[in-house]
Ligand binder design. Sequence first.
Ligand SMILES: [Zn+2]
Length: 229
Amino acid sequence: MNSKNKSVPPRYVMAILLIGFCVLSAVTLVGAYQAKKALPPYVGKQLTEAEMNEVIARNSPFTSYVHLSPNADFPRESEITKITIHHMGADLTLERLGESFAKRDRNASSNYGIDRNGSVALYVEEANRSWASSNAENDHMAITIEVANETIGGDWRVSEASYQALIELCADICRRNGIHQLEYTGDAGGNLTTHNMFRKDTECPGPYLEGKMAEIAEAVNQKLSDSRE
Ligand SMILES: [Zn+2]
């Protein structure tokens, strides 16, 4: 028998090399992709009280609960110059909203949440961009806040405790980020914006909060001017 017939034909060698190359390339690409998608520390994890306090120290001191969502861009690409107010469209506890934002397939988050008792949670650190307002440009510039609803449907009211906490939180965000004044213009030109300015088919922030926007800006500006005196 001719010994040549026993050797592996060159085209098989080529095929094996090609397959090997493809597998290696795929592994390298997946590795690079995962490295790029690697989340910062504390994101997507249950935090201890000490860890929560460490995170709160670089965000609003009004925060009492932290559950950092992976649904965010790390870090944000613009300076913080705006605040965007949302309603939850529900009356969730801070923990429940955190669980919801923890689901990657939900593709949603906000920087802060306020429950009906006026307690504040942090889901996306201020340094990072939340996925809240259906508008990347706005969310890179804005701190976004979800407020629990006291009534579901209709006017989508929020409680007095939530409302007061919202004013305090907005004033604190402005002070720490050098926003001298909040201006509500009713459109995306002001620095107090709402979700429905960017997405026409949402009820968010609901008639109740939307009707309060000018009042919110005024109350926050009063607090800012008081603290400058
Ligand atoms: Zn919204």
